[in-house]
Design a protein around this ligand. Structure first.
Ligand SMILES: Cc1cc2nc3c(=O)[nH]c(=O)nc-3n(C[C@H](O)[C@H](O)[C@H](O)COP(=O)(O)OP(=O)(O)OC[C@H]3O[C@@H](n4cnc5c(N)ncnc54)[C@H](O)[C@@H]3O)c2cc1C
Length: 511
């Protein structure tokens, strides 16, 4: 089995047709259309049920849940009932959207009931005027296809079609269109959440960004506060969604490891970082270009740049290639093809890392990597004392329209980065866990040795890393910066019993 690269992981995922389900008739939801089919569920799946193994499995094989029950739901009412049951019987509950979490939050052995949103996948235009409604069990691929074919618009979200809207949006959501159109949450108008009050009663609440909305703080917490913190999101509403380019140039450039010495490695990665730093302003004309440079271990064969520009903007790609080649003696292979937007977005591959054990870490960067960091990256990628099958760090373009938003306007606070780095270790053998985890931990620690082993510009909550619990700065600062106390206030108000928690969840004030 070939190890999954970052590109494999991001581009992968089969896209299945969304079942056409009614909007929930819950009090907080819009009324269902008259000709609607009844919703799926609720279905109680117990451990001896043939469906159980599929429902507790996820892309990252390091984690497999063992809940007493998985409740498959298809309406807001059903979510309210499931949450109420869990609270009444004193069982810890967690919600599964697309199942793409990189940590074991949903699979924690203490979780006794998992609410699975597989029946909440509808995407429609809300007649009440809230905009486009996307139910939280839909995958990004389902949302992209429905929004595009239905209305010619899209979410500027992540590049893996199998990722769930449920967790992705709550954590901010960035993707190939974010440098032009911002994060997904920059378009979030409203959210419906099933919450539990101090008395233990579950109910659905709609919170909007309207300044006069008394629930506005709950909306704000879902603009980057992260999943599994405040309640179960049943749907998101978006207004002013962008139109994607009709066609785009999808490119892949590979610099072979053969002939790539440390000096060449420094040039390539350093040139990319400098290009990003020059072009991360909100008005940069290069904001139309998205790219990720995957620096891999030698057994991968080379370092790969992949990305896209709108059709007609090839010059941006050509300029990037010239910038990356500055002072570099290694000749890359270049392939580029023009594709319709949706075909390029959904991709042709079908592998979201299933079968691999994964550990990831992240870091925002305002500036290019320093020489010391480049040296550390080269050293760890070329280490010969490890048999890690897949190890890489991916440098992704960031900024552009993302950086036009003030850091406190949304819970997603990182609004001045030029890159987000994604560190990945992937392997198959459970017996190798500790040594491969050690590799990525040492790599990350050395990259940020000057700042106590942690990235000074913060980390991305949608790439959660439980190792940060023992970091030299509180993990909450890295993920949320100065927005964390405000998130704690929201927690106190909307989840006073801390029903929804996991290893990196927002803590009630004072904890
Ligand atoms: C292959 C791959 C590619 C990725 N690419 C990108 C990318 O390009 N850009 C990017 O920004 N991120 C990306 N991510 C990260 C992704 O956005 C997060 O992992 C996200 O949290 C996944 O959401 P999910 O619903 O699929 O996961 P789940 O595992 O179902 O949930 C993740 C967390 O959110 C909670 N949650 C899920 N649904 C809800 C809900 N309805 N209400 C409340 N809490 C909920 C869960 O309880 C859990 O704590 C990628 C991840 C993977 C595995």
């Amino acid at each position: 089995m070939n190890p999954p690269s970052r590109r494999d992981l991001l581009r992968a995922g089969a896209v299945t047709s969304a079942a056409v389900l009614c909007p929930s008739p819950a009090a907080a939801s819009p009324p269902p259309p008259a000709d609607c089919a009844p919703p799926l569920g609720p279905v109680r799946v117990l451990p001896d049920d043939p469906r159980y193994a599929d429902l507790v499995r996820r892309g990252n094989r390091r984690f497999v849940g063992r809940p007493d029950e998985v409740r498959v739901v298809g309406s807001t009412d059903q979510v309210v009932s499931a949450v109420q049951d869990a609270v009444r019987t004193g069982r810890r509950v967690a919600v599964r959207g697309g199942g793409h979490c990189f940590e074991g939050f949903v699979d924690d052995p203490a979780v006794r009931m998992v609410i699975d949103l597989s029946g909440l996948t509808e995407v429609y235009h809300d007649p009440r005027g809230h905009g486009f409604a996307v139910e939280a069990g839909a995958t990004l691929g389902e949302a992209y296809r429905r929004l595009f074919f239905g209305w010619g618009v899209t979410l500027p979200g992540g590049s893996c079609p199998g990722v769930g809207v449920g967790g992705h949006v709550a954590g901010g959501g960035y993707g190939r269109l974010s440098r032009v159109h911002g994060l997904v949450v920059d378009h979030l108008y409203a959210v419906e959440v099933v919450v539990v009050d101090r008395g233990g009663t579950a109910r659905a609440v709609v919170a909007t960004r309207e300044p006069t909305d008394p629930h506005r703080d709950l909306w704000w917490a879902h603009t980057g506060g992260g999943g599994g913190n405040f309640g179960v999101v049943t749907r998101y509403w978006f207004r002013s969604l962008p139109t994607p380019p009709a066609r785009l140039l999808d490119f892949t450039v590979t610099w072979p490891w053969a002939g790539m010495d440390e000096r060449g490695f420094h040039r390539l990665a350093g040139n990319f970082g400098r290009w990003c730093a020059r072009h991360s302003g909100p008005d940069s004309r290069a904001r139309h270009l998205y790219a990720e440079l995957i620096l891999s271990r030698p057994q991968a064969g080379g370092h790969t740049l992949s990305g896209q520009v709108p059709h007609g903007s090839r010059h941006l790609f050509d300029e990037l290639l010239v910038a990356l080649g500055d002072g570099l003696d290694v000749t890359p292979t270049v392939s580029a093809q023009t594709l319709p937007w949706l075909a390029a977005t959904l991709g042709g591959e079908n592998d979201d890392g299933k079968g691999w054990r994964l550990k990831v870490k992240s870091a925002f960067h305002r500036a290019a990597l320093s020489d010391r960091q480049l040296h550390a990256a080269y050293r760890h990628l070329t280490r010969t004392d490890t048999d890690l099958p897949a190890g890489s760090v991916s440098l992704n373009t960031y900024g552009g329209a993302i950086n036009a938003v003030p850091p406190a306007a949304t819970a997603a606070t990182h609004r001045s980065a030029s890159m987000v780095l994604f560190y990945l270790a992937g392997w198959a053998d459970p017996a190798a866990d500790s040594r491969h985890l050690a590799w990525i931990r040492e790599f990350y620690r050395d990259m940020y040795a000057d700042t106590g082993g942690i990235p000074p510009d913060g980390a991305y909550v949608n790439y959660p890393d439980v190792d940060l619990r023992t970091a030299s700065r509180p993990w909450s600062e890295l993920y949320y910066g100065p927005n964390y106390p405000r998130l704690q206030q929201v927690k106190a108000r909307w989840d006073p019993r801390d029903v929804f928690h996991h290893d990196l969840s927002v803590r009630p004030p004072g904890r």
